[in-house]
Design a protein around this ligand. Sequence first.
Ligand SMILES: Nc1ncnc2c1ncn2[C@@H]1O[C@H](COP(=O)(O)OP(=O)(O)O)[C@@H](O)[C@H]1O
Length: 191
Amino acid sequence: MTNLVLFGPPGAGKGTQASILKEKYQLVHISTGDVFRYNIKNETELGKSAKSYMDKGQLVPDQVTIDMLKAEVEGNEGAKGFIFDGFPRTRAQAEALGEFLASKGEEVDAMIALEVEDEVLVQRLLERGKTSGRPDDADESVIRERIKVYYEETAILKEYYKKDDKYYGVDGVGSVKEITERLSAVIDKLI
Ligand SMILES: Nc1ncnc2c1ncn2[C@@H]1O[C@H](COP(=O)(O)OP(=O)(O)O)[C@@H](O)[C@H]1O
């Protein structure tokens, strides 16, 4: 299996690239944000518990997120591998993912990060908010909170994967195609 973590701050372009890469490499794309939004739309218990955090730009609690992620992986038996998008976002999530994959004789092969400056992120998210219908994109203070949470809780994962030589940084500014090419150059060396 090939298991990739697509990493980067909110608005870095993870979702856009993951949808392209999953086709190209025949991997299953799991976006924790998308799964939460699906649950909110369908008014499930999970959706109800996630919504209040998401609307404020905060992280959904680890245990809820980890259980959901495991269920998504379990639901895709026979997959050639996964692209994890938006997960892990905390050290506890990274540890849980490692243990979970190890229990299946698998591992995270690489974390590939899209690197984009903060001000570019804010502009992209505000632009996306005009059409995405996402409440967390419509409000600049929520966007800034998400970026702050990223630096406080998520950015440390760079070191976490770096120590195992699994971290790859890619410039996230350019055309969608250019960025796909940069990511593919990393992935092609792994598989
Ligand atoms: N791994 C996660 N842990 C906790 N909360 C998460 C996780 N993934 C997504 N969320 C919640 O969903 C929101 C939206 O996530 P996402 O769709 O990945 O958007 P973005 O990265 O553009 O902010 C996050 O702000 C957070 O509240």
